[in-house]
Design a protein around this ligand. Sequence first.
Ligand SMILES: *Cc1c(COP(=O)(O)O)cnc(C)c1O
Length: 394
Amino acid sequence: MAETPRPGPSTLAVHGGEPKIRDDRALTQPVVLSSTYPFADTAELVEYMEGRRERPPEYGRYGNPTIAAAEAKLAALEGAESAVLMASGMAAITTTLFAMLRQGAHLVLTEDVYRKTRGFARETLARFGVEVDVVAPDRGAIEAALRPTTRVIFTETPTNPYLRVVDLRAVAELARSRRIKTIVDATFATPVNLQALRLGVDLVVHSTTKYLGGHNDILGGAVIGKRAVVDAIRDQLGTLGGIADPMGAFLLVRGIKTLALRVARQNASALELATMLEAHPAVARVWYPMLESHPDHGIARRDLAGGGAVISFELRGGLAAGTRLVDAVTIPKLAPSLGGVESLIEQPALMSYYELSPEDRAALGVREGLVRLSVGIEDVADLRADLQAALDAL
Ligand SMILES: *Cc1c(COP(=O)(O)O)cnc(C)c1O
């Protein structure tokens, strides 16, 4: 029998993980709001406990049919065996690292990762005796940091705010020969632009708050990979309790249906705007993976289907020019977050790193004149005109 080709991202986004027909004949995923799941009788309870009967978990902290539907779709999108959905991206990251690390273990984290991820590793995990090194997101720096006790390499791609693209194949190869698990937070890439598991990493993490939900109306996070590892993380989740809620899971499934369409539009619009920004005299530098000027352009072209929605750029006029620009544009809203249908704009120095001094920000690599734009699905001509007018007025 001929092997069926793997469906494309749009087909997977619409149908992935879904049954051909549901028992209740509903086309869409029903929302199941129940905290507990009764047994018909003690015989069913005993069969379930002994693993002889398939049925929903007995209690809502251990699972829910709507959440399971979202997990099946996420696994399908990444071509994975299993996925677990949680309350937020940070719940997914913290629960995963708690499940995989213990006292005396060593964690390698790449710099330019989400600020709270670094904070969790450096402060919380350190209190539990986990040793942490933060290194540049390249193979050489990661290899140099490895120790006999290294258990996990955690990286992010593209990174925030400089959209560095990690050579995941090289990092996974390095780790596999030493029995180290690799985790990539691929929130900025999406399963449409990056199939990370195919490059050999063990686990993919997403903040589903961003592109996967896509409409800036939910928070969520997911961990996706081989069943045995995901099951261990799910077990840890049952204790830590940062579970997803069924309404949010429903909205996630609904949002994912248009993921491939949205991301294709965002890839195209962001590339156009990044090119325009790079040519503008008020702009000192642009970071966008699909521009030839980006340091990781080669890896991006090889491993990513698109550059995504986020563009970072530095204005010649520094912090004050950034503020004038952010306040002058009319379409992008001044807010954190990214990947949704609405364009959002912000100055990292004021949004995520406000309390730090300019010197401390510089030490973390956050430039004062930096602006981060997440391009939504508005008409690119309108976004272009809006940005152009604001830049020309600087
Ligand atoms: C937003 C984000 C997170 C945190 O996700 P929440 O859903 O806000 O908890 C983690 N990693 C990256 C790359 C993010 O963009």
